[in-house]
Ligand binder design. Structure first.
Ligand SMILES: *Cc1c(COP(=O)(O)O)cnc(C)c1O
Length: 420
């Protein structure tokens, strides 16, 4: 990279980083720990514990059931903020609800019900497991054909493969904007355009994209999307997910779980399900309020930083990782397992090494660098731009080189742990 890969060059990048001060807005109890797994679970924002204490003590403790007066629409209010600042969607198109898996199920089922004369669903054969399983289940229950598009483990899905699979029988295409393993970034506008021409709907999974790369759901005419709030959005473990439905489609789509939160005048408790025409028809039930509340301070940080600046820093962090990896790690048996250019990726980078699992464990225990392992033989490095410094990344790759050069990982058991 320009200026070379010296530690001084990384320090200069930190000195020029307009987002540097955000690091202090997150909890970091261990100054030695380098955390490069913000794409699995984002760090704890410093404001979150205090906010949650207020919700617990005043909201729950004092207010009791009366607090639902204000809590009831938090999912919609946070959804509107996500729409505006993170997802490029319009007001009333996003709501927070359930988990990503459940939202994928709800939206896919709704889209399939709306296309009864089509019998094929397309997905990326290498997509995140829950996405594949949800679609397998839906296809089996409905007697649909599920086509798994061949895609490159490291390079991602090619538009040509998608184009040649799109025919008049395809009802739905489900894709991740950023691949969980390689970080490969798809062209949302191009995919939406291809699908539209074939009369198919696209359901986007934005789990590894939201808060890391600019997303333009409205401008690209996207139909449907869902994604996590606990990755780059730092909402906390298991914080509820978001879902998006393009305004013009909302009234025509009906989701499969007919809960009271989707009901018109829900407290009239009418005899039959009659969903509101708006985005709230995709809600099901009482939200996990504490987890929902934790999204508020986390999202405030992303709003203040701005996704454009987060992306600009993410590109530089990714470049630094790949430059250092090429120089130091290739001689140790690593090879890139992500698209080469930062613009072709989200904010994480994967490296292939036959001993990736043992290296990943040793790196955490002996060198205090947390990244993660993904099958098969991938080390996934996710420097979340909002709180990760360039010098930290330099030090992390340096420690990685030391661990592998010493062979420190070779005495580890090769069996995978329960959680990787
Ligand atoms: C992280 C992730 C999920 C997680 O789903 P949950 O329902 O929150 O467990 C789903 N899909 C993708 C693509 C992911 O990266």
């Amino acid at each position: 990279m320009n200026g070379g890969t010296t530690r001084e060059a990384a320090e200069r990048l930190d000195a020029d980083d307009p987002l540097a001060a955000f690091r202090g807005r997150f909890v970091a109890t261990d100054p030695e720990l380098i955390y490069l797994d913000g794409n699995s679970l984002g760090r704890l924002p410093a404001a979150t514990p205090e906010l949650l204490r207020g919700v617990v003590e005043q909201g729950w403790g004092d207010g009791l059931v009366r607090s639902w007066e204000s809590w009831i629409d938090w999912g919609s209010r946070l959804g509107d903020r996500l729409a505006e600042h993170v997802l490029g969607a319009r007001p009333g198109e996003v709501v927070i609800s359930d988990s990503t898996s459940v939202n994928l199920f709800k939206l896919a089922a709704a889209a399939l019900d709306a296309a009864p004369d089509r019998g094929t669903v397309l997905m990326d054969a290498e997509d995140f497991p829950t996405n594949r399983y949800v679609l397998q289940g839906l296809a089996e229950q409905r007697g649909l054909r599920l086509r798994r598009l061949r895609s490159d483990l490291d390079g991602g899905l090619s538009l040509d493969v998608l184009r040649s699979a799109l025919d008049g029988d395809v009802a739905l295409v489900v894709l991740s904007l950023v691949s969980y393993r390689s970080g490969a970034l798809l062209d949302m506008a191009a995919v939406n355009e291809l699908a539209r021409a074939a009369g198919a709907r696209v359901l986007w999974d934005l789990s590894h994209a939201a808060g890391a790369v600019p997303v333009e759901l409205a401008a690209t005419g996207a139909d449907l999307a869902a994604g996590c709030t606990y990755k780059y959005l730092n909402g906390g473990p298991g914080s509820p997910a978001f879902l998006y439905v393009r305004r013009e489609l909302q009234a025509a789509l009906r989701q499969p779980i007919w809960g009271w939160y989707g009901q018109r005048d829900m407290f009239h408790m009418g005899p039959d399900y009659d969903p509101v025409p708006s985005i709230e028809r995709f809600l099901v039930s009482t939200p996990p309020l504490l987890s929902l509340a934790a999204i508020d301070p986390a999202l405030a940080l992303v709003e203040e930083a701005g996704v454009e600046r987060i992306r600009a820093k993410g590109l530089l962090l990714g470049q630094l990782v790949t430059d250092l990896a090429e120089e130091w790690l290739t001689p140790l048996g690593f090879r890139p397992a992500s698209p080469a250019r930062p613009e072709q990726r989200g904010s994480h980078v994967s490296l292939h090494h036959p001993d990736a699992w043992r290296i990943c464990q040793t790196l955490a225990s002996d060198a205090r660098v947390v990244c993660d392992y993904r099958v098969p033989d991938r080390l996934r490095i996710g420097p979340s731009p909002l709180y990760t410094g360039f010098t930290e990344v330099w030090d992390a790759v340096h420690r990685l080189r030391e661990v592998v050069a010493r062979g420190a990982h070779l005495s580890r058991p090769a069996e995978l742990a329960r959680v990787t």
